[in-house]
Design a protein around this ligand. Structure first.
Ligand code: ADP
Ligand code: MG
Length: 439
């Protein structure tokens, strides 16, 4: 936003080199700039590193007295206190943002009865200096690269519910490696103008860069407002000047006159059509006609990223396809191996069953053979016994006849016979191998 005129008063009120802040933690080296809302200094921290210090110094309502910043009058006191409070709160909110293309805030503190923030020092120059320097010719590739990095930063702040509100070539620093860094967030200034009647007179717009809604008190400001300012910034990079201010454009449209804006599409052959078209679209007067998000803009412009994303996707698809076919092959191999193993196992089991069957058959055969042999033995013994019984019976008959003839005591002889006769039968029983035992 318009920093306001740098009056001699502003310079006079600036902290002198060597002034210490926060009990000696920072030492002012050099005054850099005075805006309507504050002063910027180069300083060194306690570790002797260069930092940038921003001091809340709304010059229209305050002055410095013995180092301290105080309201110019009693009527201004409450407003001044409110502005200091907003400055500190906004600085603390911004200190939570961490992005390579957003200036880092590493300390927020109060001293001299006002608020301060200590920022990382970005060694380089701002984009305005760069494009205005005839010796510095930015290559289209560099322009595109700077834009894409700025868009990444803008996307980041928007997803963190922060609007920059003051994007312009002088608020983009380009460091030694060509990286852009966004500085000078305008939200604290916006809050300050709301909190103070004295400040509401200050311009919170930057002609050419601010969208028309910034000129209307209480209007809706959203992501597309920052998109407009970034569009205006890159319009300036391409054409060498800021676009016509949005108020003039709205007035022309309202009066049915042609929009004084001259589109960049088709005028810069060194840039792709999509790149130029995106700038024109970002610079649409009415918010709904603009690109709505930084992400949308990135996708439109970044053909290389789109191409490499498509290539990466194709490669991913190829890898997935390869993995799937490898998986299918491995599964098939595993299934085949499993089937083979099952078959081998089944064959072994069959063989074992056959072996056992043969064994049983052999055992049965052996058993039968043994039985038959035993039976034969049994029969033979039986026949022997029968023979012996027959012989005994014949003997007995012969003896009876003899006794009858010789008058021998019969009773005595029968007793002798009965001792001999059952002996063969008893013998077979004791051996336990009678035929009936095996059948
Ligand atoms: N972090 C920083 N590193 C280097 N220079 C800076 C840094 N912040 C601010 N400056 C310098 O100080 C100038 C004013 O700072 P800025 O934050 O834009 O305040 P304002 O525009 O409100 O006065 C910038 O244009 C830039 O030259
Ligand atoms: Mg600035």
């Amino acid at each position: 936003m318009d920093a306001g005129p740098q009056t001699n008063d502003s310079f006079a009120d600036a902290l002198k080199p060597g002034t210490e802040l926060l009990h000696g933690q920072f030492r002012i080296e050099k005054f850099l700039n005075a805006g309507g809302f504050g002063m910027t200094y180069l300083a060194r921290d306690s570790l002797d590193r260069i930092v940038v210090i921003k001091e809340c110094f709304p010059s229209s309502m305050c002055c410095r007295s013995k180092g301290n910043v105080m309201a110019r009058s009693r009527q201004h006191q409450a407003e001044f206190d409110a502005v200091v409070k907003h400055f500190g709160a906004e600085a603390r909110r911004l200190s939570k943002l961490q992005h390579p293309h957003i200036v880092g805030i590493h300390q927020v503190f109060e001293d001299n009865m006002t608020a301060y923030m200590a920022l990382d020092f970005v060694r380089g120059r701002d984009l305005l200096d760069t494009i205005e320097d005839p010796k510095m010719k930015l290559h289209p590739r560099d322009v595109k690269d700077i834009l894409l990095r700025c868009l990444e930063a803008v996307h980041y702040i928007h997803t963190n519910d922060v609007l920059h509100r003051d994007i312009s070539p002088d608020n983009i620093l380009i460091d030694g490696k060509g990286n852009p860094v966004l500085i000078d967030f305008g939200a604290a200034k916006e809050e300050a103008t709301r909190a103070s009647r004295a400040l509401s007179a200050l311009h919170v717009v930057k002609d050419g860069y601010s969208p028309h809604e910034f000129y209307i008190a209480g209007s809706t400001q959203d992501a597309s407002s920052d998109i407009y300012s970034l569009g205006a910034t890159f319009y300036h990079v391409l054409t060498g000047e800021a676009p016509p201010d949005s108020q003039a454009r709205v007035s022309a449209i309202a009066a049915d006159r042609p929009d004084p804006y001259r589109p960049v599409s088709g005028k810069f052959p060194q840039f792709e059509d999509a790149f130029l078209h995106a700038i024109d679209k970002a610079l649409s007067v009415f918010p709904p006609d603009r690109l709505q998000t930084a992400r949308e803009w990135i996708e439109l412009v970044d053909t290389e990223r789109r191409r490499s994303a498509a290539l990466a996707q194709a490669e991913l698809d190829r890898q997935i396809e390869l993995s799937i076919s490898r998986l299918v092959k491995e599964t098939n191999q595993a299934v085949e191996a499993d089937i083979k193993m099952q078959q081998v196992k089944q064959a072994a089991e069959r063989k074992e069953a056959q072996r056992l069957q043969k064994l049983v058959q052999e055992q049965q055969r052996q058993r039968k053979k043994t039985l038959d042999e035993l039976a034969m033995l049994d029969d033979f013994e039986f026949q022997e016994e029968q023979q012996r019984a027959r012989e005994l019976s014949a003997n007995r008959s012969a003896n009876q006849a003899h006794d009858q003839m010789n008058g021998t005591d019969r009773k005595k002889k029968r007793t002798l016979l009965s001792r001999v006769l059952p002996f063969g039968i008893l013998r077979g029983t004791l051996k336990g191998n009678r035929r009936s035992d095996y059948l």
